[in-house]
Design a protein around this ligand. Sequence first.
Ligand code: V47
Length: 423
Amino acid sequence: MKTIESNPLPTVQDPDLAPIREKVLRGSRLTIDDGLQLYGTHDLWSVCGLADLVRRRMHGDVAYYNVNRHLNYTNVCALSCHFCAFARKRGDEGAYEFTIEEVRAEARKAVESGATEMHVVGGLHPWHPFDFYIDMVRAIREVAPSIHIKAFTAVEIVHLARISKRGRDGADGIREVLQDLRGAGLGSLPGGGAEVFDDRIHDEAFKGKIRADAWMDVHRIAHELGLHTNATMLYGHIEGRAERVRHMAILRSQQDETLRDWACSQGHGSDGIVVLTGPNEQYSGERLPTMASCKTGWYQACIPLPFIPDDSTLERLHGPSGLENLRTIAIARLMLDNIPHMKAFWIMQTLPLSQLMLQMGGADDIDGTVVWYDITKVDGCGTHQETGVEELRRLIREAGLRPQERDTFYRPVHRDGADWSIE
Ligand code: V47
């Protein structure tokens, strides 16, 4: 594997970026002001150069993809978020609800295609009882015993705690719901529903949804229970760049808390700040947490999601440009120094831009084959949004990187057609 030491260290054209460059070379944490400066500079290529340095320190020349299948089990949703083009009210044209039998059929298709993961999320259905969700997870587990079930955003988990009628709310209810779902087969939580951690934006764009503190509580409890999670940021609508950088800083400080004990055991992070992106010599123990050394779960990946205006109430907005998307993922890579993976979700970023993000924007993961996706549809394309493994591998190779199929925990997958195993 080519190591970072064999590459020249990146330079910066904008002299104002020199102090940030020094911090990145040293492995020091960037501040919120640094993040804003990275947004404000005309020198995008230097921002990308620094993000690429960090990415190579962490992952060498590997870029990850997985064989997965997304399942959006219903678009019926009690909420009416302005950015959302997915949700319908029951009876609306296009509203749908999968039955447990239909979920089972999706799981069968996932097995046949050799998927290692099902990513299952839906709207906040107003009438499904709690048992429906347990039955859904159990049904997938029965049909697909070796497939990892990554399911339910924090928003859905809070909804489930409310409808589970245990007479408990708050942390205890969430813990019990997560434990029950895990008992049925849940393996981890996806990163959706975080939107932008800011009360003003929340009240204007997604008022009925849980606020940042509740979203973070769900992920904290999941981590305590040993479940891994991801984190998204939905940007490019009515928020500003300052709110994005603050969102990143909030996620980063929660990850500091989550990784504190592990970091101390590895000889870094004794000041409470856990930086995983520094030069190699900074890490005497493991650079990244592993399931053997870290007993809790943690944020595995951050997925910046560019707002897709098509068919939403905010359709008048044009959404972020390609350059803004590239800049945002590069800044996320630099600011989120304690989250191991940065995912360019090709469905929302597009395949060509995701390839560029892998090559020079700090991304190390492109998500997977997906197959069927209903939450966003660019330019009126349908729900069938699939790409093949060969296409993903080709794009990664063309970016000068080594494609590596991973499972949900970023372990290498060995594959022979639809059969697969973990090292
Ligand atoms: O929760 C909704 C967002 C999320 C729009 O964890 C929109 O590995 C852009 O969370 N434009 C779902 N975004 C997607 C998601 C995800 C995707 C890939 C991987 C992972 C992971 C998570 O999409 C929703 C919401 O935050 N969203 N509407 C829109 N118009």
